[in-house]
Design a protein around this ligand. Structure first.
Ligand SMILES: *Cc1c(COP(=O)(O)O)cnc(C)c1O
Length: 387
């Protein structure tokens, strides 16, 4: 069979297993209500947790940045792509996270593969939570490192791994797990990692902006510091509402990444106007506690009402509130039924999540009102009892 014939075959198989993925076409800005495939819907899918992606001040800053710097950065950071807007944003992110330096990457995916492959070689051991984001796993694979996965958020399983590898391991975890919304037990993990002379790296894509004082994320939430978590990754496409990512850490870490991280070196810098706009979104994210307070009120309310209605709620205190329905087909049917009623909630299926744990991934954000959440809960209660 030719390669192309085999593509047809594997695509048909995906369709028959309810694992085929389609893209929807969005024609509005992000917000509580968006237009997808021409239909106006109430969305519970976005990672724009604070509603900054379409904030007028962030839009104005992007426009101002484009006037000042043009659109494209023109080159990689090491050639002529590193503008003063990028530089200023790196300094602001370093200060905000309480670290010596921060380094911008073009995306979170690229930051994770860049960091792990720059720091680890073939013989090195990388210990990762079983539910870590795909980019973290790919980073270890790219490095050719010995990737060992431990049971989700299980410090005993992590200890067993650490004991076996006799030091020098890199331990990597999501801060807030992207498909589950639960938080890594970082205080215990940091203590264990130190005890075994290993190093802890945390990807806090979903914690920044949402957890901690001024949205400083999961490390701040647990009152830990750069000594406990020397390698910290954040993304700008979620709570920040813009695009790109950063790594925050020591001078030596950042200089090493500049010299060695191939996904940093061999790619064009993000548009300087995006970095410029992110300076504005960082100010809003830091200073406007009311968005976080409103989001936390919605989370509490959603959970209370969901428990009363007997919905299959998960153990998450964050903006990500998955309802595990098990079967991929059931997840798709429920998601389609919600859409018919004008509500968008994505069905998340394997291989993004383990087999048998397909789910409706509800994400709440500051742009939602209590009435939006009520409406979602009423429909969910009805649909889950019907199918
Ligand atoms: C979204 C996400 C990434 C990828 O970030 P992008 O900037 O979208 O490439 C990495 N890690 C986690 C945990 C994420 O949720």
């Amino acid at each position: 069979m030719s390669l192309i014939d085999s593509l047809h075959e594997s695509l048909s198989l995906k369709k028959s297993q309810n694992l085929y993925r389609h893209r929807r076409i969005v024609s509005s800005p992000q917000g509580a209500e968006i237009v997808v495939d021409g239909q106006s819907v109430l969305s519970f899918c976005s990672n724009d947790y604070l509603g900054l992606a379409s904030h007028p001040d962030v839009i104005a800053a992007l426009q101002e940045g484009a006037s000042a710097y043009g659109v494209g950065s023109g080159a990689s950071h090491l050639v002529t792509g590193h503008s003063c807007a990028h530089h200023e944003l790196e300094n602001a992110l370093a200060k905000w996270t309480g670290r010596e330096r921060a380094l911008l990457f073009s995306s979170g995916y690229m930051a994770n593969i860049g960091v792990i492959s720059a720091l680890c070689q073939r013989h090195d051991v990388v210990l990762q939570d079983r539910l870590n984001h795909a980019s973290l796993l790919d980073g270890a694979r790219l490095a050719g490192a010995q990737l060992k996965r431990y049971a989700h958020n299980d410090c005993d399983a992590l200890t067993q791994r650490l004991v076996k590898c006799h030091g020098s391991a890199l331990v990597v975890s999501d801060g807030v797990f992207s498909m589950d919304g639960d938080v890594a037990p970082l205080s215990e993990m940091a203590a264990l990692v130190k005890m075994h002379d290993a190093v802890l790296m945390v990807d806090d894509a979903h914690g920044f902006g949402v957890l901690g004082q001024q949205g400083r994320g999961v490390v701040d939430h647990f009152k830990l510091n750069s000594n406990d978590v020397p390698i910290l990754v954040g993304t700008l496409g979620k709570s920040f509402g813009t695009f790109g990512a950063f790594v925050a850490g020591s001078e030596a870490l950042i200089e090493t990444l500049i010299q060695q991280a191939r996904s940093y070196i061999y790619t064009t810098a993000i548009p300087p106007a995006v970095a410029y706009a992110t300076l504005t979104s960082l100010e809003l994210l830091k200073n406007d506690d009311w968005r976080r307070d409103h989001l936390n009120m919605l989370i509490t309310h959603f959970r209370q009402r969901a428990i009363e209605a007997g919905l299959p709620l998960s153990d998450s205190q964050t903006a990500i509130q998955p309802l595990i329905v098990g079967d991929s087909e059931r997840a798709v049917v429920l998601s389609e039924a919600l859409l018919e009623q004008g509500i968008l909630v994505s069905a998340i299926r394997p291989p993004t999540v383990p087999k048998g744990t397909a789910r409706l991934r509800v994400t709440l954000c500051a742009a939602h009102t209590k009435a939006h959440v009520e409406h979602l809960l009423d429909l969910l209660a009805k649909l889950l009892s019907d199918c």
